[in-house]
Design a protein around this ligand. Structure first.
Ligand code: ZN
Length: 475
């Protein structure tokens, strides 16, 4: 059964000033303590990649479980693994508490595993030693996604203190342990623990805000399709001095078909692909050039707003070509060549449909009747949040109140594959992808960090959301 708020309780959809002040003060008074806890988590290098010590991941899960046990609000807090194909996944933290008196149920998701530290020489302070500097805390996982864990913890503690330990809101916690390693058993975990995870609202605190002062909801993720193509023109290689000029080598049709994938302005030329319009945000061409290291004499590609091109439209990249290397090249007509094409697809686009459109384009554009064979494919779903529900509205109001600026909608040009699993297993749940990171967080890179103002604002926003949801009446 899906929770729908009674229109009479709609005043609860906007946190009032008294609630905002009380919440902000409480979170401020406990902020140092929260940062100390974040620091303890950063010191545990829990990495879900085979080359790293699995004991650290275990310690990381246990430390997180202990934090949620200490809140005293959950019936049970477990460290659990799902098994897929006979191999156990990484330890996740699972906790839940049932809703009472017809209130909604909220699932809080984050992940406790982190990326490997990478090159130690590039870190200005040790990767697993939390270091405060210039209003930020540096350390691997300080942002991605231990800040998400701490934000959830702070929101739950604040709910308990301000609404009383006997609050009515249903609450589940799922802190994954293998997000950075591809969430291999994520779907199996959802299926095995469906009863405890089922919720009206799922808050995924693993994205970014626009800045420490401007909050954002991540409303879309592009999906992805890839296709390997093999082109053949002859049974075997021949001398280019003898047959060149009459017989096409495989690279000519391959290069021509790859060139046909973009028009002269750099738009993706595959017909029929969907796109979605984003409002432009304060992000200039200079920002783009600086962030991407685009050379000054090279132009941008594609038409339309920058946000729309990077988040709302498809983009196509040739990510690999198999052909003789320059070092081993000879004056030969090569009989075959291959390429891998990666197509990011717009939110709202079905990946299989996109794959078929891409294939139709390729088939229509291979010249000289060269033999075309389709090889390996990948398909990853896109995500488009339904922003019309009560939870998105309440989230925007809470974010606006906490940050002091209205929330903006942002997209992500890449994908978070597990979001598709959430929408499939819980089709009726409203999914809110919220941020803890900011544009300077450098998740996955050396010198990862979290901005303290942004972190505190994120905590206040999530606490306001839970406190308000706890007061909504069902219709
Ligand atoms: Zn993350």
């Amino acid at each position: 059964m899906t929770f729908l708020p009674n229109p009479a309780s709609s005043s609860r959809m906007t946190p009032d000033q008294e609630l905002i002040d009380t919440t902000a003060q409480l979170i401020e008074s406990e902020f140092e303590e929260r940062l100390a806890t974040l620091g303890q988590l950063v010191r545990i290098p829990g990495i879900a990649w085979e080359a790293f010590d699995a004991n650290d991941l275990e310690r990381s899960a246990e430390a997180v479980a202990q934090l949620f046990r200490a809140t005293g609000v959950f019936d049970e807090v477990e460290v659990k693994r799902a098994v897929l194909g006979g191999i156990a996944g990484a330890p996740a933290v699972l906790a839940s508490r049932k809703a009472k008196n017809g209130k909604p149920h909220v699932l809080l998701y984050a992940h406790h595993d982190v990326q490997p530290p990478g090159d130690a020489d590039l870190w200005l302070s040790p990767a697993f030693e939390p270091t405060a500097k210039d209003g930020r805390i540096y350390g691997r996982g300080a942002a991605d996604d231990k800040a998400g864990v701490i934000t959830h913890l702070s929101a739950v503690e604040t709910l308990k203190k301000l609404a009383g330990a006997d609050f009515d809101l249903g609450l589940s916690i799922f802190i994954e342990g293998e997000e950075e390693a591809g969430s291999r058993t994520f779907r199996a975990f959802l299926d095995e623990n469906k009863g405890k995870l089922a919720a009206d609202v799922i808050i995924v605190a693993d994205s970014m805000n626009w800045s420490p002062e401007i909050p954002a909801l991540t409303v879309s993720l592009r999906g992805m399709v890839s296709q390997v193509i093999h082109i053949r023109t002859m049974e075997h290689a021949v001398h280019s001095g003898m047959f060149g000029g009459a017989v096409p080598d495989a690279l000519i049709p391959l290069v021509k078909v790859l060139a046909s994938l973009h028009d002269d302005k750099g738009n993706v030329a595959v017909k029929g692909l969907k796109s979605y319009e984003f409002e432009d945000l304060p992000y200039s061409e200079a920002n783009l050039r600086a962030d991407s290291s685009l050379l000054p004499e090279v132009s941008q590609i594609g038409e339309g707003g920058l946000m729309t091109r990077m988040w709302g439209k498809s983009s196509l990249t040739v990510i690999g070509i198999d052909a003789p290397s320059v070092a081993t090249s000879s004056n030969t007509l090569m009989p075959s060549a291959s390429a891998k094409i990666s197509l990011r697809i717009a939110p709202g686009q079905d990946p299989h449909e996109a794959l078929l459109l891409l294939r139709a384009h390729i088939e229509a554009n291979v010249p000289f009747g060269a033999r075309l064979e389709f090889g390996e494919i990948e398909e990853g779903k896109a995500f488009m949040a339904d922003s019309s529900g009560w939870a998105a509205q309440l989230a925007k109001n809470s974010l606006g109140a906490a940050f002091g600026n209205p929330s903006v909608d942002i997209g992500i040009g890449g994908s978070i594959p597990f979001i598709a699993d959430l929408t499939e297993v819980f089709p009726d749940a409203q999914i809110l992808v919220t941020g803890v990171e900011d544009a300077d967080s450098r998740a996955h890179s050396p010198n990862e960090s979290i901005h303290l103002v942004g972190l505190r604002n994120a905590m206040v926003a999530e606490a306001l959301f839970l406190l308000s949801a706890n007061q909504l009446q069902a219709d």
